[in-house]
Design a protein around this ligand. Sequence first.
Ligand code: DUC
Ligand code: ZN
Ligand code: ZN
Ligand code: ZN
Length: 472
Amino acid sequence: PDYDLAIRGGTVATASDVFRADVGIRAGRIVAVADRVEGAAREIDASGLLVLPGGIDSHVHVSQPSGPGIVMADDFASATASAAAGGNTCIMPFALQQRGMSLRACVDDYVRLADGACHIDVAFHLIVSDPTPEVLGQELPALLKSGYSSFKVFMTYDDLVLNDRQLLDVFDVARREGALVMVHAEGYDAIRFMTERLEREGRTAPYYHAVSRPEIVEREATHRAISHAELVDVPIMIVHVSGKEAMEQIRWARSRGLKVHAETCPQYITLTADDLQAVDMDMSGAKYVCSPPPRDAASQAAIWEGLEQGVFDTFSSDHCPFRFDDPAGKLTPKGRSSFRWVPNGIPGVETRLPILFSEGVSTGRISLQRFVALTSTNHARIYGLYPRKGSIAVGFDADIALWDPNRRETIRQEILHHGADYTPWEGFAVTGWPVMTVARGEVVAENGRVVGQKGFGRALERTAPGAGGTVL
Ligand code: DUC
Ligand code: ZN
Ligand code: ZN
Ligand code: ZN
């Protein structure tokens, strides 16, 4: 046969077009996109379905150390299984440098953990937490040259925060190496000040996590990151933008011609700080503790505007899963004593795409093309995976998700594949669902079942950011 697989009769969407076509696949690659593709060893009938580039989730945390006694709920096997079931064909987790350790040694650890475990492809970003002369002078430049072309820095957290001088130093390395810096923009000192005041007042329930880091704190750090990036002349990505305040800074930066990219996440269009209040301010609010915290209705509306108008390049999950009812998760003894110690993060790699499809495409807020751009193509372009991943065209990896645009589902923990014991979207009704995921030509998930092999997914090397076309 001419093809290993043909996906026939569906409606193909890319970031620019929607059209009727069959897709022919050989040796894991797309080799034909045409009116009729015949003579395949296997055919999949996609009539009535959308044929979309597999989701790329460029912001996912897997197996990251998260504090004493705390265990992240997903390893590479469960994270990639969950991602595949949710219509994704590639995730981009972080290789975290722990203070006092070599960056290279940390990267090697993550690659070892991922090896043989992944259902779909992964491509690592770095996290730099300890920019020693050795890291700035040798390790980081070498890694940025060798296929790790983006790294994240934090402006808060005791174990991760970089001061302004350190930010400028790592930005400067990124500029020299043509790398992209992802910035967690929340201000450390302001959060400490707010946290200590709340604790003195006895306000320690999970809800006060949101009060301790209001939008002002995010706006200030976003402005500072942008200013430092302008000084150094380096492109940055402001990750997990939660609301209108930080968005104003991003618009301002762009109006000055600065290369500032922006990402947002499902929690900022669907959750609010009120979700952290839970019932009687009990500990169940901890299920929604993430950073930045979800805001209010006005910020949700602003985020939607940004998704529609192109303020945001990427829509990622920021999957950062902890079990709820578990002393190694949200309910550590210390976490019960104050929000300050509740691990920050929520699971979402499997629900990201259905939430945006339903709330965005099914409601008519965004086009199908924009959905594809926000969930796949722009991730590939910005992070150096294009033109290998991120579209449906001849020569690309056969990374494809089939969607039933009319299928109604209710998100529930019992249908998900992640390692967490809850979903923040329990009971959330959606219209539109990924019914099959094909990764490099192999069916890896089908109708809620993960059918692919652990170890099929590979760790990918990347080219320089934006090498595959316009950086948006
Ligand atoms: N930042 C993230 O990007 N993810 C989870 C927690 C955090 O602070
Ligand atoms: Zn972050
Ligand atoms: Zn951009
Ligand atoms: Zn994150």
